[in-house]
Design a protein around this ligand. Structure first.
Ligand SMILES: Cc1cc2nc3c(=O)[nH]c(=O)nc-3n(C[C@H](O)[C@H](O)[C@H](O)COP(=O)(O)O)c2cc1C
Length: 436
């Protein structure tokens, strides 16, 4: 059987993805604010021949978070630009909001990263769940779920037009005639839509990949619609193998219906990993992380990641009925509303216990052999094209993955033994888009 090589994406998070990671790693607590921290993780991921490293973006933090978690939400493009200088092959995926950015500006920033990295940029398209972002960007209110996604569709269209505003051969560099670029090879967007107006060309030529790789992580029908139309990598958070298989099949059907080839879309479920030389060792590490976890953090975080400001809620009272009956701000909020409907008198704290506050990811705890087996099982069942690996502690779990899981997958013929290409598109086997 010929199988496509697995894809891996390393999720970078301060000290690791588990909320207690910073309390167990033993590094200087300020280390996560310096470039060395990110550079070390990027180098480990590149040594593991991973397709990409990934930086999330939160453009408003609810203040409860500063108590419980290291807060290091730098501008992803700034961090990835620095990492471009200390890596040479790995993809650099950053998050950018379609609700709180301007398309020309975002197109310029990701195309800059694509140039500086020699074609390794990717854009995780998000619509931003938290209403707190509105206050930071001088907006009176936060757009509703459907409007955010409608805006996102138009936003991506305009961004692509900006990326295509120079033909690939526009730069002629004719010193004798004194012509650096051929003005006739420009094509300004002149776009006037429902949400956006963009006139002019980008202030530099087309980037190595033409379009940075497009990534999407929304799980609602509207989110899947956006992914089906544009995404080349999709991050998901299925809670089981069955859910993963159903999600991928649904997405692939939507991609086909949108007139695209599902083979050009990779689904990389988020997976938190805790590895040990023995199962007992891994279990002890995971238990220690859970022992340090805080119930107070968890209920607030579940609300925040569902799109609410936890400061406005009393955890010992039921979830407010008037909110519960309104429009859900996210797919996660929809699950919360359903749970609150089922138990209208139950205190919010209890309702939220069933809802996690991360990316919805599973937590793998075990040995490298067991993880390699699980990854292959998911691939063979059609639940994944690879994974977004979240080390519960970093860089330790990523190092263990690179040194102990990668060789097993290589031996099984499931994973590359060297980078094939120079650009992220080449490594993912994706075509370079022609000017549209
Ligand atoms: C692996 C993963 C990573 C994500 N990263 C971000 C992020 O960096 N910033 C953000 O605002 N949302 C992020 N999200 C949230 C989604 O982009 C999306 O906004 C959220 O799921 C709500 O949309 P939905 O209602 O369509 O599911 C992430 C989700 C997943 C599963």
């Amino acid at each position: 059987m010929t199988v496509r090589p697995l894809r891996f994406n390393a999720f970078i998070w301060p000290n690791g993805y588990h909320e207690s990671a910073w309390r167990v790693v033993g590094d200087d607590v300020h280390g996560v604010l310096g470039l060395d921290y990110y550079a070390e993780i990027a180098r480990i991921a590149e040594r593991g021949l991973m397709d990409a490293i990934f930086l999330a973006d939160n453009i408003a933090i609810a203040e409860y978070r500063v108590t419980y978690l290291p807060q290091t939400q730098f501008d992803p493009i700034a961090v990835l630009s620095a990492l471009a200088a200390v890596t040479s092959r790995i993809g650099l995926i950053g998050t950018g909001s379609t609700t709180y950015s301007k398309p020309w500006d975002l197109a310029r920033r990701f195309a800059t990263l694509d140039h500086l990295s020699g074609g390794r940029a990717g854009w995780n398209i998000v619509t931003t769940v938290t209403p707190l972002a509105a206050g930071n960007f001088g907006e009176r209110g936060h757009l509703g779920h459907d409007d955010r996604y409608a805006r996102a569709h138009e936003f991506v269209e305009v961004v692509q037009r900006c990326w295509d505003s120079w033909a690939d051969d526009a730069v002629v560099g004719d010193r004798d005639r004194g012509v650096w670029a051929d003005r006739a090879r420009l094509g300004a967007p002149h776009f006037h839509g429902r949400f956006h107006d963009v006139e002019g060309v980008l202030p530099f030529p087309r980037s190595p990949q033409g379009h940075p790789v497009l990534v999407q992580a929304g799980q609602s029908p509207a989110g899947l619609g956006l992914a089906a139309r544009y995404a080349e990598l999709v991050f998901s958070g299925p809670g089981s193998l069955d859910a993963g298989v159903a999600f991928r099949a649904d997405l692939r059907a939507r991609v086909t219906a949108a007139g695209r080839d599902p083979e050009q879309v990779s689904v990389l479920p988020a997976l938190m990993v805790t590895l040990g030389g023995t199962e007992a060792e891994a279990t002890a590490k995971a238990r220690r992380l859970e022992e340090l976890a805080s119930d107070e953090f968890r209920w607030q975080n579940a609300l925040y990641t569902a799109g609410f400001d936890p400061d406005g809620f009393d955890p010992d009272k039921p979830f407010p009925a008037e909110l519960r009956d309104g429009q859900a701000p996210s797919s996660r909020a929809q699950r919360l509303f359903a749970a609150a409907h089922a138990r209208p008198e139950a205190p919010l704290r209890e309702i939220l216990r069933g809802l996690d506050g991360g990316a919805g990811q599973l937590h793998f705890v075990g040995t490298p052999e067991q993880l390699a087996e699980q990854i292959i099982t998911w691939q063979d069942a059609g639940g994944a094209d690879g994974f977004t690996i979240m080390g519960s502690t970093l860089p330790y779990e990523l190092e263990a993955f690179t040194d102990h899981v990668v060789p097993l997958l290589q031996r099984r013929g499931r994973y590359r033994t060297e980078y094939r290409g120079r650009t992220l598109r080449e490594n993912l086997g994706l075509p370079r888009p022609a000017v549209g």
